[in-house]
Design a protein around this ligand. Structure first.
Ligand code: HEC
Length: 133
């Protein structure tokens, strides 16, 4: 094995970690321009497990309904029953790597769970909580 091969391999191996840092810090910077921050993992976790009542059905909902309380575990979609891969980047390297995907699901999941879009502060807190799991 030559040096070049080793450094390319190392680079490829590190890529998912850089991608996560990039997507998350890009979003955090964006939320900060909207006046949010500093972000709190503790608040993110509290919000993750906070229960909201759906105005139409009267049913209880929270983020853990689909993603579970333990982010290293597989989740299950509340409506379709489909398996959801773990949210924790420590066990699922694909998590929090794409800003587009994170944005899209924040919109959908906040609307479904909270009945409204999340604020920049809430999204930053969620990321602070999820990124270190
Ligand atoms: C009704 C089920 C459901 C609920 C409730 C739910 N989610 Fe999700 N979430 C999904 C699905 C489905 C995906 C996309 C599939 C996947 O990534 O595995 C997803 C993806 C995400 C992603 C993208 C992660 C990535 O891969 O980068 C984030 C962030 C997220 N959810 C956050 C939340 C937050 C925060 C809440 C609570 C406000 C929440 N979700 C509640 C079903 C749900």
């Amino acid at each position: 094995m030559n040096r070049k091969f080793i450094s390319i391999t190392a680079l490829l191996f590190m890529m998912p970690f850089y991608a996560q840092a990039d997507a998350v810090s890009e979003l955090e910077a964006n939320y900060q321009t909207q006046g949010a921050g500093p972000f709190s993992s503790v608040s993110g976790e509290a919000m993750w497990n906070k229960t909201f009542i759906d105005a139409k059905t009267g049913k209880k909902r929270n983020c853990a309904t689909c993603h579970t309380i333990d982010l290293t575990k597989k989740g299950k979609h509340a409506r379709t029953g489909k398996a959801i891969e773990p949210m924790a980047p420590s066990v699922n390297l694909k998590r929090l790597t794409r800003t587009k995907k994170i944005k899209k699901w924040f919109v959908r999941n906040c609307k479904w769970t909270l009945g409204r879009e999340c604020s920049a502060q809430e999204k930053g807190d969620f990321l602070a909580f999820i990124k270190n799991r």
